[in-house]
Design a protein around this ligand. Structure first.
Ligand code: HEC
Length: 138
């Protein structure tokens, strides 16, 4: 009789230990770790985008002014949204370029009025922005 009770207690203890083990592997942290997404979304203009952009820029070299213009600047500078100087419109660009290319570039980098900083190309280098400006103002 005592032997039977002892073996029942042993089995119960075993079941409890197993339950504890399962419970601890299902702690919130363990679950979070198991179901975490494989990748993370990076929104343009955030620092993570800049980091991945730096990697892709070094892999493929700087983008051309035309590429940057088509991807980032054309939406506004194509038709002159909010008074943006239009692509290829010498009359729009001449008074701006009068103050010197460097200050025009600086305004493109920092943004000016409705012109967003870097023209929304958060991972553009100064050189890429400069090429895009030359492309537009030509
Ligand atoms: C959301 C619309 C928008 C986008 C996108 C945009 N721009 Fe502009 N940009 C403007 C507006 C509006 C102005 C006129 C700002 C002013 O002088 O009031 C402007 C002005 C400029 C100027 C003239 C600055 C000066 O000193 O007069 C440069 C250079 C320029 N943009 C470059 C760029 C480049 C390069 C891109 C793409 C990488 C770009 N912009 C994308 C709206 C935009």
């Amino acid at each position: 009789m005592m032997k039977a009770i002892r073996s029942v207690v042993a089995v119960l203890a075993g079941v409890m230990l197993t339950t504890l083990a399962i419970a601890s592997s299902n702690s919130d942290d363990a679950i979070r770790e198991r179901i975490k997404p494989a990748g993370s979304v990076c929104i343009q203009g955030e620092e993570c985008a800049a980091a991945s952009g730096a990697a892709s820029a070094s892999a493929s070299g700087p983008r051309s002014g035309e590429d940057v213009y088509n991807s980032f600047c054309g939406a506004c500078h194509g038709v002159g949204v909010l008074g943006a100087p239009k692509k290829g419109a010498a009359a729009d660009w001449a008074p701006r370029l009068e103050k010197g290319f460097d200050s025009v570039l600086a305004n493109a980098i920092n943004g000016i009025n409705a012109m967003p900083p870097k023209g929304t190309c958060g991972d553009c280098s100064d050189e890429e922005l400069s090429e895009a400006i030359k492309f537009m103002s030509n």
